[in-house]
Write a protein that binds this ligand. Structure first.
Ligand code: FAD
Length: 445
């Protein structure tokens, strides 16, 4: 059966598929593959735009290897099976009174697929999802099962938290969670020049800050999400941690109208019109920018982080040094109007704190993430090439799960611990059991 990713940008015909339901079955599958001389890839939720999970060898489908195996409410440490989706995890954590401190904008990924590509949300003081990992259990190429953490095999831990599946199959993930919390969301249009002028202020002044900018419009949609209770703080009832008034929850009908109708059904209709009549893309894009509206509501954290994404698109994203975001956007704003094929989708800008994970896109530097998108079926290559040339001119690091053309030679210059990662890969997988064409591109043969 042919495997496809969500965006339709990658497909593969694995020689064999296994559906393991225990760590032993994962190890047996890896040993079987070795005995037959086949390569192995673990399948996550198929939400990478790159062919990261594609294999012509053995595909390990972990959709039957899900759920929480251990939870310590006092410390907030929970251990999940590697095929658990973030959606399942959020539900289970909710029932335990726990939450993940930061999330990306969808929840369809598996926890191991998300960390393996460095999936992140936004927050100047927070890292990506892999920074929430406190231990991993892995099946290595020889079928052995090992654990790693900051104190047990620390090198393997630093390498395996973001490894694009190249070091082994993750069987369980232990996450440091936090007590469940409510976010007060404030979304409002603002002129993109003003957002950029106040970029540092917004990044520093909000727990989670991001903005969307429609390339032919003047308005950005600014999103500021803040905890209603700061960690260790007890504000007066009805006020947010920063002193502001906490907005009420969004009624279900309004949530449906705002997110399903406006952001998905209506936006999908605009995109289809633009695809059928490309001459209308610029005015439609300006219309989308001009009709952005203000929303204020509060909800459990994961309901604010995650929004439905039903309109299909292709995407590229680079992490750049935080201070370079102005340069990147200035060049993008100058270049986009000159493209032969216009752009339908907005650009998304987020932030993250520096971390210490060897192949994390935020390794060693406070970062801004710039993500560009195009509606599926519209030409994107010229736009993505323009963006990539701008991003690499400031030392950008591509998201491991989003489209780019960088190879091992470039990535070695972008990641100070790249050679350490390759050394560990040589030690743990000398026969390249976990290789595929994508790992050959980004890590070399
Ligand atoms: C609509 C949409 C929205 C998105 N939003 C965001 C966002 O907000 N932030 C962000 O950073 N990214 C985002 N992404 C990208 C996405 O989070 C990543 O590409 C992520 O890796 C997808 O997870 P997955 O479970 O689908 O993994 P897959 O794409 O299936 O696999 C990713 C990699 O993980 C490996 N892998 C999976 N399971 C294991 C395992 N058990 N052991 C070892 N390796 C394993 C696979 O082999 C592959 O190399 C988005 C993507 C889409 C389509």
């Amino acid at each position: 059966m042919t495997w496809h990713n969500w965006a339709g940008t990658a497909s593969a015909d694995p020689a064999r598929r296994y559906w393991p339901r225990s760590t032993e079955e994962i190890a047996d599958a890896v040993k079987d593959a070795a005995a037959s001389g086949l390569v192995v890839r673990a399948l996550g939720g198929g939400h990478s735009f790159t062919p990261a999970a594609a294999t012509s060898g053995v595909a390990l489908d972990l959709s039957g290897w899900t759920g929480i195996v251990a939870a310590d409410l006092a410390s907030g440490l929970i251990t999940a099976r590697s095929g658990t989706t973030i959606r399942e995890l959020n539900r289970a954590l909710d029932s335990l009174g726990l939450a993940m401190p930061n999330l990306g904008d969808i929840d369809a990924q598996t926890i191991s697929g998300a960390i393996s590509t460095g999936t992140h949300g936004t927050g100047a003081g927070l890292g990506g999802i892999a920074t929430q990992v406190s231990a991993l259990e892995l099946v290595l190429a020889d079928g052995s099962v090992v654990s790693c953490s900051a104190t047990e095999r620390p090198d393997l831990f630093n390498a395996a938290r973001v490894s694009v599946g190249a070091l082994g199959v993750i069987s369980t993930v232990t996450l440091q969670c936090v007590p469940a919390f409510t976010l007060a969301a404030h979304e409002a249009p603002m002129h993109v020049d003003q957002v950029l002028e106040r970029f540092d202020e917004f990044a520093a002044g909000n727990d989670h800050f991001e903005f969307y900018w429609f390339p032919y419009g003047t308005n950005a949609l600014l999103k500021q999400n803040n905890r209603t209770v700061a960690v260790g703080d007890r504000p007066a009832p009805g006020t947010a941690a920063g002193g502001g008034v906490i907005p009420g929850p969004m009624p279900a009908w309004r949530r449906f109208l705002e997110y399903e109708v406006m952001e998905n059904a209506a936006f999908g209709a605009l995109c289809r019109t633009g695809r059928a009549m490309p001459g209308l893309i610029k005015p439609l894009n300006r219309l989308a920018s001009a009709t952005l509206s203000t929303r204020r509501y509060s909800a459990p954290s994961h309901e604010v982080f995650v929004t439905p994404r039903r309109v299909r698109f292709v995407e590229s994203e680079y992490a750049v040094p935080r201070e370079s975001v102005h340069e990147v956007l200035a060049q993008l704003r100058a270049g986009v109007p000159r493209l032969t094929h216009p752009v339908m989708f907005p650009v998304e800008i987020r932030v993250a704190a520096a971390d210490d994970i060897w192949l994390s896109t935020a390794y060693g530097r406070d970062s801004a993430y710039v993500a560009i998108h195009q509606y599926v079926g519209l030409p994107y290559q010229e736009y993505f090439r323009l963006f990539e040339s701008i991003a690499i001119s400031v030392g950008g690091r591509p998201h491991w799960g989003k489209m780019h053309t960088r190879d091992a030679a470039y990535l070695a210059t972008a990641y100070p611990r790249f050679d350490d990662f390759l050394r560990l890969r040589d030690e743990t997988d000398p026969d390249r059991r976990f290789a595929n064409p994508y790992t050959e591109q980004v890590f070399g043969p």
